[in-house]
Design a binder for this molecule. Structure first.
Ligand code: SER
Length: 318
């Protein structure tokens, strides 16, 4: 039987685009999309789909073994804002979900796996600008705590059980094909939809909340490249800093105004602003660049141009 690729949490913001990229690269039938929903969203319906709750270890094992899923992308998680509303579930899903996948790798069923970490591993005591790969972390959100613990757990499984685990610390991800779900950085996607629909956006972060961000094609490229790199190039088994551009809501609004001059924005910061304030403004990603050749393609301006071009095709403007 030929081996297959499994994407867990495939209906999410990154998953739905990653499945498309993997299916283009390896063939539709080779990539099994899975999520907790009983049926796939339309974007995933062109290939195999399995309903998996990653906390159901028996069902997960059954699928991985039955379909010989030797490469697994484990993306299912509660993001920062949602996890703050239900910390116990955030801990359970993010930690035990990861453990269940790592155990299948330890048992030899999974040969190589990807799991995303996040800028949320850092906290208010972390140096904010060009945050180093290795520095004070001390996250204050349950999401960030699960990502720090998860990174160490991955490294432990690599050292102790030789699990080939690869990971990057994603910044906020901006894309037009899929919706983000429950993150602090979601504003950077919503703002485009509202700019096109009503020329105005009420922003839940303050105007100066500067965060690292990345355009989706770069986010997909990072995961494809780190997974394709020879094993000896992956010198870090916690997670790599990767960086795109670093922006505030005000900078993003200005960049949108270049294309939509009448666009307005109002700032109404809520609890998510405090989360944003605890995260880095920009990241130093030289280790990813040196180890496996990471390099982003998109600047803020290039991303805004491409987002608006593609969303205009989708959003009917009155
Ligand atoms: N985009 C994520 C969030 O805001 C960060 O990893 O939760």
């Amino acid at each position: 039987m030929k081996s297959t690729i499994l994407v867990i949490g495939a209906a999410g913001q990154i998953g739905s685009e990653l499945v498309q990229a993997l299916r283009s690269a390896h063939g539709r039938d080779k990539v099994i999309a899975s999520d907790i929903h009983s049926s796939p969203p339309e974007v995933l319906a062109d290939g195999p789909y399995e309903q998996i709750n990653v906390l159901d270890k028996a069902k997960l094992a059954e699928i991985v073994i039955a379909h010989k899923c030797e490469e697994v992308y484990h993306l299912a998680a509660l993001l920062s804002a949602t996890a703050e509303k239900n910390p116990a579930l955030g801990w359970d899903l993010n930690m035990n979900g990861l453990s269940n996948v790592l155990d299948l790798a330890r048992e030899g069923h999974i040969k190589r796996m990807f799991w995303p970490s996040s800028i949320a591993v850092f906290g208010p005591n972390t140096p904010k600008d060009r945050t180093p790969q290795r520095t004070i972390m001390e996250p204050t959100t349950v999401y960030g705590i699960t990502k720090v613990a998860g990174e160490s757990w991955c490294e432990y499984y690599h050292k102790r059980y030789k699990v080939d685990i690869r990971s990057v610390r994603y910044p906020g991800i901006i894309g037009y094909k899929s919706a983000p779900g429950g993150g602090t950085t979601d504003y950077a996607v919503h703002i485009f939809h509202e700019a096109l629909k009503q020329g105005h956006y009420d922003c839940f972060l303050s105007e100066s909340a500067r965060l690292p961000m990345m355009y989706m094609p770069d986010a997909t490229k990072a995961v494809m490249e780190i997974m394709a790199a020879p094993e000896e190039k992956i010198g870090l088994r916690t997670s790599y800093n990767i960086s795109g551009f670093s922006i505030t809501p005000a900078m993003l609004a200005d960049a949108i105004r270049v294309h939509i001059p009448e666009f307005t924005i109002r700032y109404e910061p809520d609890y998510r602003d405090a989360i944003a304030q605890s995260w880095p403004s920009s990241l130093d990603d030289h280790m990813a660049r040196e180890h496996w050749g990471w390099k982003p393609d998109y600047s803020l301006q290039a991303m805004v141009e491409d987002m608006l071009l593609n969303l205009k095709k989708k959003v009917p403007v009155e």
